[in-house]
Ligand binder design. Structure first.
Ligand code: ADP
Ligand code: ZN
Length: 608
């Protein structure tokens, strides 16, 4: 096992659970593997595939995912192919022939292709030795990405009684887990659940920013990441288009991705992103499932996602290579309104409202955010992570009774016929169109909260919502209603503590100027084994070499070597093929193929 891992993939040791899973499958038993994105699920079936005699068939929902996996395996010297509608029938025919000749070790198929060709697989010589069902949550209608094509995969257990089946997913939801086993008819499968912690991802939430403020915050964020690739998720196509246009206007290499674009446009954008030609992709959730790009350095949520599962899977697309990566979630009252509407009309109202409630708890939390996430995934942790915004800036509280009374009184004086946004206008004394149209400037509390900045009011109102002093009436134009708890404060019977609003971007900008560090905190410099010794200029040279090779071979650069491998090379600066091959992530095939070129580059740099 270890030999195969080292020979093909260049890794010295298995990650937690990988070895157990490989051993289990080698005994011919079924398994369900739950691991967060980037934890290394693929190795769990790829290593057995290479050890078993026949061919391993991997069911995958997306052509782009198959393509990525096939490229990555082939680049390690493994014969992998894909059967799908993305290539011509002639090519598929050729692939089938190769399978029958026993050349193909790992075959990727779409579920519909597998079901249509069931006889081919049943009669295949050499036989199918293992089935892997990737993105297995697609089989469950409880999951967030149900695909009807997956529903018929239950035939596999019946039709291939002796062949082990492994289902893999990054979705941790308990209901979904059990449903996967039920749907696939795998009562004896063992569940392997790894930790869902992704310690290399930092977590940050910014509350109550409006569209303009969010854009400015994003520009500041990008200034700190001039060379890093990332994804920005928005809730609507319109928001995606607007944001991408805005970024392009500000000289950011950005592109839009959503279901309203043609298939060609979408695949061009995806390719450009994979090959580092586009820095930022603004996307609806449609983007990302087909992305294995290992050097995504940040994920930003322009709007709050509808559940923690969605959120976790999306941020999981950052930092697959294990290097430090940042995540940022924007969250405001508009998100709550819109998502509540979605949930109400989703046909699964109860469960979706509950999911949304849990997501809100995360966004509104004033305890360590990683603890909330891990707790959600059933891994209660007793330690603060030290790597989220709450840990960095523990909340400070003040007596906010008077402020809250002002806000509540404004709502009451407007007869509760007023939404979040207009309450803020009234408090700040702004003559917005609604204020003018409805003569709200005549209300007694108009301008009563002028001393507090608009942005902070937005935050305080979210806090009030969270504490249950007001409710949003979704069936009444999203107007605000003062609850009994709110009335107690209004009548002076109870005091309220509010959290001080933390103005992130200003402090950060100052920090950096003060310290004068290079604006690249993410380039692996803080990863322990390489700290202090990495030759940054050499890394840049190696990156260019990788780019050139990628272009020649029409492959995404990260398929050739991950960023992590380049950092290791720039740190250890090997001078012989043997040293080169010892670097983690460089297998035998890549060592032979690229060793000489990279060694030459390193040698000339070290000399020069
Ligand atoms: P997942 O499918 O769980 O999202 P992948 O299988 O794509 O994750 O693996 C994520 C990254 O971790 C890949 O770059 C992979 O090569 C790497 N990886 C997997 N297993 C190991 C290991 N045992 N040692 C080092 N790196 C590994
Ligand atoms: Zn924390």
């Amino acid at each position: 096992m270890e030999k195969i891992l080292k020979h093909y993939f260049g890794y010295d040791t298995f990650r937690p659970l990988q070895r157990e899973i490989v051993e289990w499958l080698m005994q011919g038993k079924d398994a369900l593997v739950l691991m967060p994105t980037g934890a290394g699920k693929s190795i769990c079936y790829q290593v057995p595939a290479l050890m078993m005699r026949g061919m391993t068939v991997v069911v995958s929902p997306l052509i782009s995912l198959m393509k990525d996996q096939v490229q990555s395996l082939v680049s390690c010297g493994i014969v992998a192919r894909a059967l799908n509608t993305g290539v011509s029938e002639a090519e598929n025919q050729e692939t089938r022939r190769e399978c029958l000749e026993g050349k193909v070790k790992i075959l990727y198929v779409s579920p519909e292709r597998l079901l249509a060709d069931l006889d081919f697989f049943k009669n295949a010589v050499p036989e199918v030795s293992l089935f892997a069902i990737d993105e297995a949550h697609c089989i469950s209608s409880w999951g967030h990405d149900f695909r009807p094509e997956y529903a018929q995969l239950d035939v596999l257990r019946a039709q291939f009684p002796g062949v082990p089946i492994v289902a893999l997913t990054a979705t941790a939801d308990k209901v979904t887990r059990l449903d996967i086993l039920k749907q696939l008819n795998l009562p004896d499968a063992r569940m392997f659940i790894s930790s869902f912690d992704r310690p290399n991802l930092s977590l940050e939430v910014r509350r109550g920013l409006d569209a303009r403020q969010k854009r400015m915050a994003i520009m500041q964020f990008l200034l700190r990441h001039p060379d890093d690739c990332g994804i920005i998720y928005c809730l609507s196509r319109a928001a995606v288009d607007d944001l991408a246009a805005y970024l392009c206007d500000h000289k950011v290499s950005a592109a839009a991705y959503h279901a309203g674009l043609s298939a060609e446009e979408r695949s061009a954008t995806q390719d450009a992103f994979l090959c580092d030609r586009v820095q930022v992709v603004c996307a609806t959730v449609a983007f990302g499932m087909g992305i294995n790009k290992s050097n995504v350095r940040f994920v930003i949520h322009y709007n709050m996602p509808k559940s923690i599962e969605n959120f976790y899977q999306e941020i999981g697309r950052a930092g697959r290579d294990g290097l430090p990566s940042e995540t940022l979630l924007f969250y405001n009252a508009g998100d709550i309104v819109q998502l509540s509407h979605f949930a109400e009309n989703s046909g699964q109202r109860e469960i979706n409202m509950e999911r949304l409630r849990r997501m809100r708890e995360y966004a509104e939390a004033d305890v360590c955010r990683r603890r909330i996430l891990l707790n959600y995934f059933g891994e209660p942790s007793t330690r603060d992570c030290g790597h989220c915004d709450v840990c960095h800036h523990p909340p400070q509280r003040f007596d906010g009774t008077v402020l809250v009374q002002k806000a509540l009184s404004a709502i009451v004086r407007c007869e509760e016929n007023i939404g979040m946004r207009t309450v803020v206008d009234v408090l700040c004394g702004l003559f917005s169109s609604e204020v003018k149209a409805r003569h709200l400037f005549e209300v007694k509390t108009f301008g009563a909260g002028r001393e507090v900045p608009l942005r902070d009011w937005n935050d305080y109102l979210l806090q009030m919502l969270q504490m249950g002093m007001v409710e949003i009436l979704y069936d009444r134009h999203n107007h605000l209603h003062v609850t009994e708890a709110g009335w107690r404060v209004l009548r002076g019977e109870e005091k309220v503590m509010l959290s001080v609003v933390h103005h992130e971007e200003k402090t950060k900008a100052r920090d950096r100027k003060g310290k004068k560090t290079k604006a690249a905190p993410l380039l692996g410099l803080s990863v322990a084994p390489m700290s202090g010794q990495e030759d940054v200029a050499l890394f840049e040279h190696l990156r260019q070499l990788r780019s050139r090779l990628a272009q020649e071979q029409q492959l995404p650069p990260y398929i050739i070597f991950s960023d992590k491998v380049l950092h290791l090379l720039a740190t250890s600066r090997p001078s012989t093929l043997e040293e080169f091959g010892n670097v983690s992530g460089i297998g035998e095939y890549k060592c032979q193929k690229y060793g000489t070129l990279f060694l030459k580059e390193i040698a000339s740099h070290v000399k020069g």
